[in-house]
Every structure is written in structure tokens, then in C-alpha cells.
Ligand binder design. Structure first.
Ligand SMILES: [Zn+2]
Length: 112
């Protein structure tokens, strides 16, 4: 059997979207399925999302984000608003849905 790169399984798609955050209690909703997202992690997103890709090492940057796991074959990453990010996070300018907004990156990952 010959295995060529073309036959590798398709990578999981990544969508980076703006979460819908309710103003009165900071509840965050997935903009696709409108379900509440509670899981906060630091999923890696390609540095192409950052306005300054050189701000972090490597080709991926961890960002504090909600992750919606309800979408088969697609990781839906919803970066936290800076106001909800941990104190140790640094805001880096990023492009999300065509808008420039800060995303929270763990401070040790960021070049000063
Ligand atoms: Zn969802």
C-alpha cells in the first residue's frame, strides 16, 4: 500500500469567531449554535490571525478562548473579550471576522 500526503485525513477545520457575550452576566454563547459555552482554554490559532505574527514564537499562538465542541469536524474558537481574560494575559491585536480586536494571549508566550 502506498501512502501519499494527499491521502492524509483532512485536518479539523478551525473557525475563529466573535462570541456572543450577554452584557448582564458575562454568559457567552456560540454564534453558530447559540448554545452557552463554558469551557475556557487556550486553543492554538495560526499566527496569521494576529496583526503582528512575530509577537509569538512558532506558527501558532495560544489564545484564551471559549471552545464550542458541538460542531463535528470543526473547532469553533471564540476568543474571550479582554475584560474577561485572566490578569496574566496580554492583549494582541488580531483579525476576527474581518474586524481588528485584541485577543488575550498568555503573557509568557508574548515577546516584549
Ligand atoms: Zn456552537
Amino acid at each position: 500500500m502506498t501512502i501519499t500526503p494527499d491521502q492524509e485525513p483532512a485536518a479539523t477545520q478551525l473557525s475563529v469567531l466573535e462570541p456572543d457575550v450577554l452584557p448582564y452576566d458575562d454568559t457567552a454563547l456560540c454564534p453558530i449554535c447559540s448554545q452557552r459555552v463554558d469551557d475556557i482554554g487556550t486553543p492554538a490559532v495560526p499566527v496569521e490571525f494576529l496583526a503582528d505574527p512575530a509577537a509569538v514564537d512558532g506558527d501558532q499562538a495560544p489564545v484564551y478562548a471559549y471552545v464550542c465542541g458541538r460542531h463535528r469536524g470543526r473547532d469553533v474558537v471564540l476568543p474571550l473579550p479582554m475584560a474577561l481574560a485572566p490578569d496574566v494575559a496580554v492583549g494582541l491585536s488580531a483579525r476576527v471576522e474581518g474586524e481588528t480586536r485584541p485577543v488575550a494571549v498568555p503573557e509568557p508566550e508574548v515577546h516584549r
